[in-house]
Design a protein around this ligand. Structure first.
Ligand SMILES: [Zn+2]
Length: 371
């Protein structure tokens, strides 16, 4: 524990992760353009994989036949799987003909697919266990932050019911497996309630009563202008004892990671850093170490756009403060050239760099919190 009572690490069946931690999204079992050795060399300690997508491709029976996600992907460190709820909800919200949600669970049929998929709380836990995840997430009923009170209230009610069913299923399976404590995965609950403080509290209290190893902040963490929902995110963290880890689901913008880590969030995942890399937007620190004090307007990181003409003859590295493969060996100018000729090496090097930046960011946060 650090001085504020928050955890400094989590011990999981496939290893240890320091906290706070940033986890890249390996949605379909791969962080696009990089392999497991690349991830290890960047210092990535765990990844998030996606139950909703993996149940469609390659499908749970194939994953089980291949020995689970760790064996299939050649990744030996921890994996968090999400419940699939957020993606199913997004699909249905985008077009109601793609599926429906009721108290039993979620039914969906993605566009172009001739198969119908059913996701219940029990099924979600069974899938995540069969994948061999280190942290499982309960199926929850997602909402949009702008949805009215009644919708959020319904979602909280259903999320609590589903969390109970997930916990029951998880406990039954654990009893059958008789795993020693160190091999037992963790189960996280998700706190819903949109922007309403009383609903977040109601949800958190009920989930704490059921008992989980950790929690996630449910719902999209940004408002319609892309701003972090600071007030409700702070409040929700305070509802959970500091020793129970909390995952800020979908938070990945460097400034938001710093802000949420300072509120006491422990785990972050987002596809933003790797997506930005592919679009030639690379992150770099403007100072050799430490982060600015809370509330400071100091610009502590910035972006380098590799596709920009200014990069054509830039023979320096992306960042003087980065030790990734890209920065230790190649110039910005070479990256620009690779980008212009559409070589896949650009995608790999750029991805490695932004991932290393995120790891260094969490190292700076850990140093700050452990002082
Ligand atoms: Zn680098």
């Amino acid at each position: 524990m650090n001085r504020n009572g928050y955890r400094t690490y989590l011990q999981l069946p496939h290893g240890h992760i320091g906290l706070p931690a940033y986890l890249p999204d390996a949605t379909l079992g791969v962080v696009r353009n990089v392999d497991s050795v690349d991830l290890e060399q960047c210092g990535i300690e765990a990844v998030v994989m996606n139950t909703f997508h993996l149940m469609q491709r390659p499908g749970s029976s194939t994953i089980t036949a291949l020995g689970g996600l760790h064996t299939m992907t050649g990744w030996s460190r921890p994996i968090i799987t999400d419940s699939g709820g957020f993606q199913a909800y997004s699909l249905i919200r985008q077009n109601a003909t793609f599926g429906s949600i009721n108290d039993k669970g979620i039914t969906f049929q993605p566009e172009g697919s001739d198969r119908k998929f059913h996701l219940t709380p029990e099924k979600s836990v069974q899938l995540q266990l069969s994948y061999g995840a280190d942290i499982l997430v309960c199926l929850d009923d997602c909402t949009h932050v702008d949805d009215p009170f009644e919708t959020q209230q319904e979602s909280v009610k259903r999320t609590i019911e589903w969390a109970k069913r997930c916990k029951d299923e998880f406990q039954q399976r654990m009893q059958q497996k008789r795993l020693p404590q160190e091999k037992r995965p963790l189960l996280f609950g998700v706190i819903q309630g949109g922007g309403f403080h009383e609903l977040r509290k109601q949800c958190a209290d009920a989930l704490l009563e059921i008992g989980f190893d950790g929690f996630g902040f449910g719902g999209w963490p940004l408002d319609s202008k892309g701003q972090l929902l600071t007030s409700i995110i702070t409040y929700t963290r305070e509802l959970v004892p500091p020793e129970l880890p909390m995952h800020a689901l979908g938070v990945g913008h460097p400034a938001n990671v710093v802000e949420c880590a300072r509120m006491g969030y422990d785990i972050f995942d987002s596809a933003m850093p790797t997506r930005d890399a592919r679009h030639s937007r690379l992150y770099f620190f403007t100072t050799p170490d430490s982060l600015p004090a809370h509330g400071s307007t100091e610009k502590w990181f910035s972006y380098l756009y590799v596709n920009d003409d200014k990069a054509i003859k830039n023979d320096g590295p992306v960042s003087r403060y980065c030790d990734c493969l890209c920065c230790s060996r190649y110039s910005v100018a070479y990256l620009h050239h690779l980008f212009k000729i559409n070589d896949s090496l650009f995608l790999r090097l750029a991805t490695l760099h932004n991932l290393r930046f995120m790891v260094q960011l969490t190292e700076r946060l850990r140093a700050e919190q452990h002082e």
